[in-house]
Design a protein around this ligand. Structure first.
Ligand SMILES: [Zn+2]
Ligand SMILES: [Zn+2]
Length: 351
């Protein structure tokens, strides 16, 4: 999932050499043996995900899959029955476990009788979240969002929607092939190196081909929107923003600025290092703004104006709250803020 918290635009600095996106069901070659496809998403503000088909020795390796919706399934059927029909699917790789990426991994790997490749934490956490579907919202989660400052109505909505994750993901295969950081993957005649990031999801996989100057970035680097970095109820004291900032620096140190970046949303672009710097600077600016606002005690929900500079509607409340707490926990981790629990269960933060 991604979230347009502050579209830190770098127009002029970033170059988009691949042109317009292919319509659903069509393909566009963006490098020898690399096809760009787009699957529709049923989400306000995020209409598409980019997925990639890589030429492999005896067929195709797919990278990411789209959400488990009839429209995305139809998109695959049209592409795999049309422009890619001569090439059987031999493998499915998922960058991470968000439903827009992994939603059809189980369906595609079953249909084509092939292996799903993922990092271990993404596979395991995905299966954990899918298993929540059918359960009622746990008390820990309601306590977490109450502590962030949610009102009764918002908590009721959370209770009613709980389990939505599993409905957006086709059941995963019961076994998979683990990918580890730094591992090299041969796909056709090309060697890709696994670059792992954290903060947006627990063990996010990017694929880097230094020889051909290609970088499949997943949601680790997006050109026009920023990736959601959230704290979730399962780990209220987590500091994903610290991990995210470290991951941005790590990508900059491992991947050359020359690459063509193939991101999961928006369009392929050049200008990786400028974008990484802008993303890190954007978070540091928001951390400074939150720190300034904590001159008076605040709850997580009191900081939306400071962080997003726009009103947050009910459909964005969950991600905005998670992102607000991520900034607060980062300040707490740096020793710049403290939190205290009031007798009514609400957490207050101050400098
Ligand atoms: Zn994501
Ligand atoms: Zn995504």
């Amino acid at each position: 999932m991604t979230f347009m918290s502050q579209p830190a635009s770098l127009d002029g600095t970033l170059k988009y050499p691949c042109g317009d996106a292919p319509p659903t069901g069509a393909v566009r070659l963006v490098a020898p043996g690399v096809w760009w496809l787009r699957m529709p998403l049923p989400m306000a503000g995020l209409a598409h995900i980019n997925v990639w088909a890589l030429e492999d020795h005896d067929g195709l390796t797919l990278v990411d899959t789209g959400m488990h919706t009839p429209a995305a399934m139809e998109g695959w059927q049209r592409a795999l029955g049309g422009p890619l029909a001569a090439r059987p699917v031999r493998r499915v790789i998922c960058t991470h476990m968000h439903p827009d990426h992994v939603g059809l991994a189980g369906w595609l790997s079953q249909l084509h009788d092939c292996r799903l490749w993922m990092t271990r934490l993404e596979y395991v956490v995905c299966r954990m979240l899918v298993a929540d579907t059918g359960r009622t919202a746990p008390a820990d989660a309601l306590r977490f969002y109450r502590s962030a400052g949610w009102d009764v109505e918002a908590l009721e909505q959370y209770r009613a929607r709980f389990g939505a994750f599993g409905r957006a993901v086709h059941p995963l295969p019961d076994s998979y092939r683990r990918v580890v950081d730094g591992e090299t993957l041969a796909v056709g005649n090309r060697i890709w190196r696994a670059v792992i990031g954290q903060g947006h999801s627990p063990e996010h996989l990017c694929l880097h081909c230094p020889e051909d100057g290609l970088f499949i970035s997943g949601d680790q680097v997006l050109p026009r929107i920023t990736s959601n970095v959230s704290v979730f109820p399962t780990e209220p004291e987590a500091d994903p923003l610290r991990e995210w900032l470290a991951s941005l620096a790590r990508v900059a140190s491992q991947v050359s600025d020359e690459v063509l970046v193939l991101p999961s949303h928006n369009e392929p672009f050049r200008g990786l290092h400028a974008r990484l710097q802008a993303l890190a600077a954007g978070h540091e600016a928001r951390l400074a703004a939150v720190y300034a606002a904590l001159a008076t005690p605040r709850r997580a929900v009191d900081l939306f104006e400071v962080i997003f500079r726009r009103p947050i509607g009910p459909e964005m409340l969950l991600m905005a709250t998670g992102e607000s707490i991520a900034h607060l926990n980062c300040l707490v981790g740096r020793g710049h803020a403290t939190r205290s629990l009031a007798s009514d269960g609400v957490l207050w933060y101050r400098r």
